[in-house]
Write a protein that binds this ligand. Structure first.
Ligand code: MG
Length: 257
């Protein structure tokens, strides 16, 4: 099932998205999408609504350097244990919403990533049980002010600006995340192309690691790291991240006033 969140003429709602292309329809879910959703009976053509970020997260937990080729392009060996950091939930935006480059940074980069969406409160989850606590998977762009990431001891500023966490276009609940193509295009030019099978720590290991540190709540999002090929974005450009089996997340880039 594809789960999303929309702005319709009647307000904001969680929906399931059914069908493809011009005939795709959004069906309104009563209350929240966790567990077995119930439907209100209202529906709208996908073409008539605006997709928002597909989930409301209390936190976005991210893995750094989870692909060896990306660790190498950043000038180091990958860490033995996962390195994690948090993006504030205020950095989340949906498809087609502009990524805003702050005037304080001279270099704002894309990082295409597979994102995990948690479906229930959990802690101390064994890797083999991770799929029991996962609602589904979506596409993320871990937007990074690279100059500030390099200048600061930690990454809160460089990773935390408003609009620096595009998510979407929806959550795919039926997906094996172990070997999917992940691709990032800037103005249609392929910049990143890799496979999730090249992650150093797979989804199960990541959920186990993070849930030993902090309780994960329904809607929390985990960004699983970016492959090689990261690079800067300029105002006026458009960035798209595609994960096989989910879809494409596209955002324009603009300068924040
Ligand atoms: Mg990243």
């Amino acid at each position: 099932m594809r789960l999303g969140r929309i702005a319709s003429p009647d307000g904001v709602a969680f929906v399931s998205i059914e069908g493809d292309g011009d005939t795709a329809v959004t069906r309104e879910i009563a209350e929240h999408p966790f567990g077995t959703p119930t439907f209100t009976g209202r529906q709208w053509p996908l073409a008539d609504v605006r997709l928002l970020a597909p989930i409301l997260a209390s936190k976005v937990v991210c893995i750094g350097k989870n692909y060896a080729a990306h660790a190498a392009e950043m000038g180091g060996a990958p860490p033995e244990e996962p390195v994690i950091f948090i993006k504030p939930n205020t950095s989340i935006i949906g498809p087609q919403a502009p990524i805003l480059r702050p005037p304080s940074s001279d270099r704002v980069d894309f990082e295409g990533e597979l994102a995990v969406v948690i479906g229930q409160p959990c802690r101390d989850v064994a890797a083999a049980k991770a799929k029991d606590v996962i609602l589904g998977y979506t596409v993320a762009n871990d937007v990074t002010a690279r100059d500030q990431q390099a200048a600061d001891v930690q990454w809160t500023r460089g990773k935390g600006y408003d609009t620096f966490c595009p998510l979407g276009p929806w959550i795919e609940t039926s997906l094996d995340p172990s070997d999917l193509e992940i691709r990032t295009e800037l103005d249609g030019e392929v910049k990143q192309r890799s496979r999730t099978s090249l992650m150093l720590h797979d989804v199960g290991a990541i959920v186990e690691w993070i849930s030993r540190i902090m309780t994960l709540l329904p809607g929390d999002v985990i960004l699983t790291g970016t492959p090689e090929g990261i690079g800067p974005m300029s105002a006026g450009q458009q960035v798209s991240v595609t994960v096989e089996g989910i879809g494409t997340l596209t955002n324009p880039v603009a300068d924040r006033k």
